[in-house]
Design a protein around this ligand. Structure first.
Ligand code: NBP
Length: 480
């Protein structure tokens, strides 16, 4: 076989086949391969006319079809299948070749794989790809990690197929070395969980407190989508709410079982945040909220517990309340993005990735699930101050959230009074209040820790570490 292909894709399920078509449609010759070769044949039979595909039945044929340095994109199920495919191909490759894992791998697996392949002179590029099936075909947001050298050979190809932001910039950049790409993809998914939870809470409040029906709520979301909340998720929320189930003749949202599922990237984000010591309460509450929804046994057991007696608001009050919900949703969203960025910043320091925080907002402006007008503001905030400690310290965001806070507090209080669970709104507000507090009760926590465990404490009025002799005369010892 002559080496004519600029890139190869192995793993031709939904994501891989669409990605391969995207490369071909952009004028690249693409070698295609799948463990079960019927899928390779089906792809070429159905879409061969879209561009230049080189189908390969075996791994050897596939590798032989690729120009050097070879670029192989793996789009197989994350986990053991990825290791199996890497093992199969690594032995057929030469120094300088590249393996690009576009699956949703855990970033620690990517670190392990990158290290092992680096020892063989092969570049391993863990790459986050967001946008689902549609994005893979028409332009995803792409987050490649790996070496700077690999990006030189790979970047132009990836940028050619990536989504483009409104200003024409490709939604793809070199995130940082080894697993930086898969890490930011994981946090992207965590933020997506938080966004979805906040939107769900806004819906719940509009329904239970304002007394709106789904079509009216769809209309409200459509209006919000013309303002600062303009985003893909708000847009599709309006579509879902406006949909009527044909067979039941009722709103679609009323016939779907209220148990949210998850594939695991939100959970990974929270687990990793705990290890890094970064509070991502918005994402954590979103993961837990899905988990609570799925515990039908617990919910059944608790269904008869008493709640407050409350009536939906009168129409005029409901309109004012809906406007407050928009403020609460926006402010809570700013907090969850602030937490997500904080997490990326911390990991970047911890692993020495040197991630450009503003660039992450730039590449999420198109193609991915959390694409939103708002991301341009985040990009601008980091452009103005690359060392911004938190988005909440950016003047523009601080002013907006400050203006929203009365409405935000009122919405959370109303939710509590009506017995509507709003863990996302409440946790975001608690984080905001914790960050702005002059004094936190953590001083008391330190006192308790010192009392029962001699864990020591620091003082506000002098340097050093101290312990009080609680069971003795309560005198204080300096311990450092
Ligand atoms: P799947 O995750 O369903 O994986 C199916 C593919 O993996 C098939 O090509 C299958 O080959 C191959 N495969 C398996 Br399973 N075990 C294998 C093995 N031991 N050796 C070789 N190949 C093996 O596909 P997908 O939904 O297209 O997703 C691909 C990747 O992209 C995943 O990591 C996913 O998490 C990620 N991702 C998905 C989305 C999305 O919206 N679906 C979005 C972003 C990222 P076969 O045909 O021979 O069984």
């Amino acid at each position: 076989m002559t080496a004519t292909a600029q890139i190869g894709v192995t793993g031709l399920a939904v994501m891989g086949s669409n990605l391969a078509r995207n490369f071909a449609r952009h004028g690249h010759t693409v070698a295609v391969h799948n463990r079960t070769s019927a899928k390779t044949k089906a792809l070429v039979d159905q879409h061969g006319h879209e561009g230049d595909f080189v189908p390969a039945e075996t791994a050897e044929e596939f590798v032989a079809a690729l120009q050097k340095p070879r670029r192989i994109v793996i789009m197989v199920k994350a986990g053991d299948p990825t290791d199996a495919v890497i093992d199969e191909f690594a032995q057929l490759l030469d120094e300088g070749d590249m393996i690009i894992d576009g699956g949703n791998a855990h970033f620690l697996d990517t670190r392990r794989r990158e290290k092992a392949l680096r020892a063989k002179g092969i570049h391993f590029v863990g790459t986050g790809i967001s946008g689902g099936e549609e994005g893979a075909l028409n332009g995803p947001s792409i987050m490649p990690g790996g070496s700077v050298e690999s990006y030189k050979a790979l970047g132009p190809l990836l940028e050619s197929i990536a989504a483009k932001a409104k200003d024409g910039t490709p939604c793809c950049t070199h995130v940082g070395p080894d697993a930086a790409g898969h890490f930011v993809k994981m946090v992207h998914n965590g933020i997506e969980y938080a966004d979805m939870q906040l939107i769900a809470e806004a819906y719940d409040l509009l329904r239970a407190v304002a007394g709106y029906e789904p079509d009216r709520i769809a209309e409200t979301f459509r209006t919000w989508n013309t303002g600062r909340l303009d985003s893909y998720l708000i847009e599709i929320t309006a579509e879902v709410l406006a949909h009527t189930d044909e067979s039941a003749g009722r709103p679609f949202v009323d016939v779907v079982a209220d148990e949210a599922e998850q594939k695991g990237t939100g959970r990974w984000t929270v687990q990793t945040a705990l290890d890094l010591g970064v509070p991502v309460s918005g994402i954590a509450e979103a993961v837990f909220a899905r988990s609570v929804s799925g515990h039908t046994d617990l919910r059944r057991a608790a269904r008869e517990l008493p709640g407050p007696k409350s009536e939906p608001l009168a129409p005029a009050e409901a309109r004012a309340f809906a406007a407050q919900v928009e403020e609460a949703l926006y402010a809570s969203k700013v907090v969850s993005y602030a937490q997500g960025w904080n997490m990326i910043g911390k990991a970047s320091e911890e692993y020495g990735w040197n991630i450009d925080l503003g660039a992450m907002a730039a590449i999420w402006r198109g193609g991915c699930i959390i694409r939103a007008a708002f991301l341009d503001r985040i990009r601008a905030a980091f452009a103005a101050d690359p060392a911004l400690p938190t988005l909440l310290a950016d003047r523009g965001f601080a002013e907006e959230v400050g203006r929203a806070q009365d409405a935000w507090r009122s919405v959370v209080a109303t939710a509590v009074r009506h017995g509507v669970p709003t863990p996302g709104f409440s946790a975001a507000l608690a984080y905001y209040d914790a960050l702005r507090a002059q004094r936190l009760p953590a001083a008391l926590t330190q006192g308790q820790r010192d009392f029962f465990g001699a864990h020591t404490y620091r003082r506000t009025d002098r340097e050093g570490s101290y312990h009080t002799l609680w069971s003795g005369d309560r005198s204080e010892l300096r311990t450092d």
